[in-house]
Design a binder for this molecule. Sequence first.
Ligand SMILES: O=C(O)c1cccc(C(=O)CC[C@H]2O[C@@H](n3cnc4c(=O)[nH]cnc43)[C@H](O)[C@@H]2O)c1
Length: 250
Amino acid sequence: MHVLVVTAVAAEADAVVGGLAGFTALGLREMTGGYELRGHAQYMPRPASVRIPVVDVLVGGVGPAASAAATATALAFSTYDPPYDLVVSAGIGGGFAPHAPLGSLVVSDAIVAADLGADTPDGYLPVDELGFGRTVHRPAPALSGRVAKVLAGDPAVRVVLAPVLTVSTVTGTAARAAELTRRHPRAAAEAMEGFGVAEAAFRHDIPCVEIRAVSNAVGPRDRDAWRIGPAMDALRYAFATLTPVFEESS
Ligand SMILES: O=C(O)c1cccc(C(=O)CC[C@H]2O[C@@H](n3cnc4c(=O)[nH]cnc43)[C@H](O)[C@@H]2O)c1
C-alpha cells in the first residue's frame, strides 16, 4: 500500500524512518509550500496487481492548522493514483492516567478535536453541537483494531486502543486534565495534530489513524518528568512492527 505518515517535528520523522525495515530511502521530494516528503519504497518482486509498498514521511509542523495544511498539500500534489491508501498521524503525546503510562503506544479509535467549540455559562459546546462541521473522526474499527493488534505483539510494550484528543493548547493543570477526562472518559492521549491530519484525509476520502507514543502525563506542567527518548523508541518500535502491514495490498 501507499502510506503517508505525518509527524509534527523532524525528530519524530527520524524515529518513524528509523523503524521502517526493508524499505529503501528515495531521498527528499520537494512540494509546493516548502514541504519535503521523505519517500521510502520496497522494490521486491511481486504480482503486478500489488502496488509497490511506499511510505512517505512528512514533517507537517506543530498544531492542527499546520498539520492540516501540510497533509492537504501532500494529498493534493500526490503523483500516485489513488494518492495514498492510508494516512497516519504519528508522534509523541501526553498520556491520560491510568490508561496510558509513559512509553505506551496509543492507537486512535477516535480522533477528537477537544477544544474546537464554544465556552458558555452552561459549559463547553463542541462545534458539531452548534451546527458547524465536526469534532470527531473515527477510523474504521478494522483499521485501528488491526494496527493495535499488530503493535501488541511485544508484551513489553503497552498498547491502548482509545480516543486521542487534539488540542491547540497543551494541558498544563490538573483542573484542565480533569475537565478533559470528564468530557472524554475513554481518552488515553492528547496531542496537537491528529484532527488536522484526519480532516485533510477525510476530505480526500482516505482512511486515517493516529499513533501516539506517550512522553509525558497529561496534567500539571512538569518538563523534568518528560521522557522523550523512550517515547521516540516506542515510536520507532511501532513503525518497525507495522512494516508488514504496509507491505500488504490495500
Ligand atoms: O512546555 C510545556 O509544558 C509543554 C508541554 C507539553 C508539550 C509541549 C510542546 O510544545 C510539545 C508539542 C508537540 O508534542 C506533542 N505533545 C507531546 N506531549 C503533549 C501533550 O501532553 N499535550 C499536547 N501535545 C503534546 C504535540 O503533538 C506537539 O507536536 C510543551
